[in-house]
Design a protein around this ligand. Structure first.
Ligand code: NAD
Length: 417
């Protein structure tokens, strides 16, 4: 089994290399930071409802733990690969470093299709997976969280299985738990809230008044809908939203509360009465000030970058802009706030959850939101200053900040041999 070298990992390395070169990173540290610390592969037998025994392959990767315990979600998907999990674990290392929280990067995954499994089968698989990786996880070692197709209930099973092995309850082993089991207030909205706060800071920087600013958002799920609600509350005019089934446009601004009610019933924004229909393709070319991709990767490409009129792009989704499109927009003067700075609200509040669990003392939602805002403002200004200092775009600057922080502690800790 190869450790690295797949195409997604190579794409991450390209971003890493660009920033590492500017930082003049010494070759030894470069070598350390471009290898995962630990990759675990497990095979989990599960008795299915039919009586048959299936064996599922799972992974847990701890990419870098220089700053603290590994942190990152567990995804359940038929297409999960070790290369993908390793790359996502690397990205978590850089995200935690940009967020300035004391975590390294990790990620987990199981090759399975939970949509074709019963709840009992998913629970049995989760418990067996946790039992297989139990020596590697823990509040001081590696703290998983939800990701694609895993939720608060799955995290409750992770916490329970770990605690049963320990012989006592340990809530801080995992984040994204139900509130009753040591979850944090404000976590559900955290990523959308951070996107809103980032947009506010970026608008200030480019001299754009948010009151009345026209905004288009792709995606109306967790990230897109919360961003839309909170930006509208700041006075921005959300004129367009698109999702998997189509989009809606209203030049006077969409009624977000009514759109949320519509989407709850129809599972899409399409068909909303108080707006005109819109395609996903048309959304990107609209005459707006701010564009927020908050759905999928690779949505802004050379096929549509030329038509983008927004002056500010805030990446709510992971990897929504291809490198070529990013270069094109940056050269045209569009200010792009990269995913590793804009969408790290979830991991920041995960850190708050871990802190609260370890203290056994819980904060109000207001305290959570205030601390999130403080962390965002710090990170945004660190990255902005770095982009000015090195005369680079915000994405490269975010990588420079992240790699610089991980490299600094790696040097300080020295080599254990
Ligand atoms: P979600 O599943 O709640 O919502 C996804 C949205 O994208 C839905 O509105 C869906 O209709 C839309 N969508 C799906 N396919 C589409 C298509 N082909 N065209 C247009 N729209 C489409 O997911 P989410 O949690 O809001 O995450 C959105 C993005 O943000 C993902 O890239 C995710 O990795 C990233 N992200 C999420 C979090 C978080 O805390 N939720 C944190 C960091 C990054």
């Amino acid at each position: 089994m190869t450790t690295t070298g797949g195409s997604i990992f190579d794409a991450m390395l390209q971003e890493f290399d660009g920033a590492a070169r500017i930082l003049n990173l010494e070759p030894g540290i470069w070598r350390i930071l471009t290898k995962p610390k630990r990759q675990i592969i497990v095979h989990c037998p599960v008795q299915m409802d039919s009586g048959e025994i299936e064996v599922f392959t799972g992974f847990r990767v701890q990419y870098n733990i220089a700053l603290g315990p590994a942190k990152g979600g567990i995804r359940y998907h038929p297409d999960v690969t070790l290369d993908e999990v390793t790359t996502l674990a690397a990205w978590m290392s850089w995200k935690c470093a940009v967020a300035h929280i004391p975590f390294g990067g990790g990620k987990g995954g199981i090759i399975c299709d939970p949509t074709k499994m019963s709840r009992r089968e998913v629970e049995a698989l989760t418990r067996r997976y946790v039992a297989e990786i139990i020596d590697a996880i823990g509040p001081e070692k590696d703290v998983p969280a939800p990701d694609v197709n895993t939720d608060a209930q799955v995290m409750a099973w992770v916490m329970d299985t770990y605690s049963m092995h320990l012989g006592h309850t340990s809530t801080a082993v995992v984040t994204g738990k139900p509130l009753e089991l040591g979850g944090s207030l404000g976590r559900r909205e955290a990523t959308g809230r951070r996107v809103m706060l980032t947009t506010r800071e970026a608008a200030k920087h480019v001299g754009l008044d948010l009151t009345g600013a026209r905004v288009a958002i792709q995606g109306f799920g967790n990230v897109g809908s919360v961003s839309a609600e909170l930006l509208a509350a700041l006075g921005a005019k959300i004129v367009a939203i698109a999702d998997w089934k189509g989009g809606v446009y209203n030049d006077a601004g969409l009624d977000i509360a009514a759109l949320l009610d519509h989407a709850k019933i129809h599972r899409t924004v399409a068909g909303f009465a108080r707006a005109d229909p819109l395609t996903n393709e048309a959304l990107f070319g609209l005459d707006v000030h701010i564009l927020i991709p908050a759905a999928l990767e690779n949505q802004i490409t050379m096929a549509n970058a030329g038509s983008i009129k927004a002056t500010l792009v805030v990446e709510g989704a992971n990897g929504p802009t291809t490198p070529e499109a990013h270069r094109h927009l940056h050269e045209r003067g569009v200010f792009i706030v990269p995913d590793i700075l804009a969408n790290i609200g979830g991991v920041t509040v995960s850190y708050f959850e871990w802190v609260q669990d370890r203290h056994g003392y819980f904060w109000t939602e207001r305290e959570v939101n205030e601390r999130l805002e403080q962390k965002l403002c710090e990170a945004f200004h660190d990255v902005l200053q770095t982009s000015v200092k090195y005369r680079v775009d915000m994405r490269t600057a975010a990588y420079i900040v992240a790699i610089g922080r991980v490299a600094a502690v790696t040097r300080m800790r020295g080599m254990y041999a």
